[in-house]
Every structure is written in C-alpha cells, then in structure tokens.
Write a new protein. Structure first.
Length: 210
C-alpha cells in the first residue's frame, strides 16, 4: 500500500555537477569571446585585429553548445517530465528551456547564415539573451528548492487491512450455544404430574405441553 507524498525531482550529485559545469563553460566561453572581440582587440599594421585567443573562445563556445544540447536532453525525460506532471516550478522551467532553444536557433543562424547584411543585429539576438542565462538558471534553482518535494513511499496499512476479523467457520457456529433453541426446549419440557384434588395419588392430572 502506497501513500502519495512530495516526489523528489532533484538531480543526483554527479549529474548535477556535469550540468553546472556545462552551463558554466558555455556562458564563460561566450562572455570571454565578447570581451576579447569588442574590448581586447590587438593592434596591427592596418589597425586593430582580432586577439589570438578570440578564435579559441569561439571554438570552446561552439563545443559547449553541443554539450548543452546533450545536457538538456538528459533533463527532459525525468526532471522536466516529473516536474511538469506535478505542476512544480513550471514557469521558470519553461522559460529556461525556451531560452535554451532560442540560443540554439540563433547560434545555428550565426554559424550558417551570418552575412554583412545581418551582422549588426543577428549577433545581438544571441548574446544579449545569452548573458542573461545565469539569472534565469539561478531563479529556476531557487524556486525549485523553495518548493516542497514529493515522493511515493510505502506506509503501514491500517490494522483492519492487515488483520481482518476472522470469519466464522461451520465448526465455530455449531459449537456456539443457541439461546433461542434453548428457550424453546424449556417450553417443551417433559409432562409434569400433579396429584388430583381428591388427594388420590392414582388420580393424576396430566399437564400437556403447550
């Protein structure tokens, strides 16, 4: 017998550490690329040029983007499904997954469809939202920790369920005294003899049973 209590939907320790590491490397590599691309350009013979480390931050960011797709896929079947079914932390979870989908689509567009015509606005659609990703993640985690968790755990069944009253057997019924039959047998007792009014012992009155 099971009783419905708050269900645990939190991650195991190793799974959680991998997710946090992927999130941190994804965001850090993107932020470092922005810093090197816009603020740490190296002077060259024909003006400012890209810093030598800029391309490596971009490569690491692309690699972590693929890792994030795998990490997000590992979250969907258990964590997201259980939380959605139990109406736990739906709003921030939905927002976080929508943002990850947006970053995936805009990152794909930057890789395959970036041109001089969209260079002014397409990168902004990606990195402005990406910089806000840690805030959304922290909000989701804190709201999840504040919400009560639920589990299915076995509990003791009631005594009447485990030890139901014994049903009477034919032998036990037969062995119990029947008070109604006893009273009837008393009324149909053997005939009694009384001495007649004359005092003659041979002149008797027979009292018939009623």
């Amino acid at each position: 017998m099971y009783k419905h209590l708050p269900l645990p939907i939190r991650f195991a320790g190793p799974h959680k550490r991998v997710l946090y590491a992927v999130f941190a490397l994804l965001w850090l590599s993107g932020a470092l690329w922005l810093g090197f691309h816009y603020f740490l350009r190296a002077p060259g013979e024909f003006g400012a040029t890209a810093h030598p480390l800029e391309i490596w931050w971009l490569r690491l960011h692309g690699l972590m983007g693929f890792a994030m797709l795998v990490a997000a896929g590992s979250v969907l079947p258990i964590h997201t499904r259980r939380a959605w079914h139990l109406h736990k932390n739906r709003s921030t979870g939905f927002l976080l997954q929508t943002v990850l989908l947006w970053l995936s689509l805009t990152g794909y567009a930057l890789y395959y469809f970036a041109t001089d015509a969209n260079a002014a606005w397409l990168p902004l659609l990606h990195w402005v939202v990406g910089l806000a990703l840690p805030l959304m993640l922290v909000l989701h985690i804190q709201r999840g920790r504040a919400a009560p968790q639920t589990v299915f755990k076995p509990v003791s069944a009631p005594d009447t369920y485990l030890n139901p009253p014994a049903s009477p057997t034919p032998f036990s019924v037969a062995s119990q005294p029947n008070t109604a039959c006893s009273a009837e047998r008393k009324n149909h007792a053997s005939p009694q003899t009384e001495t007649g009014a004359s005092g003659d012992p041979h002149h008797t009155l027979v009292q018939r049973p009623r």
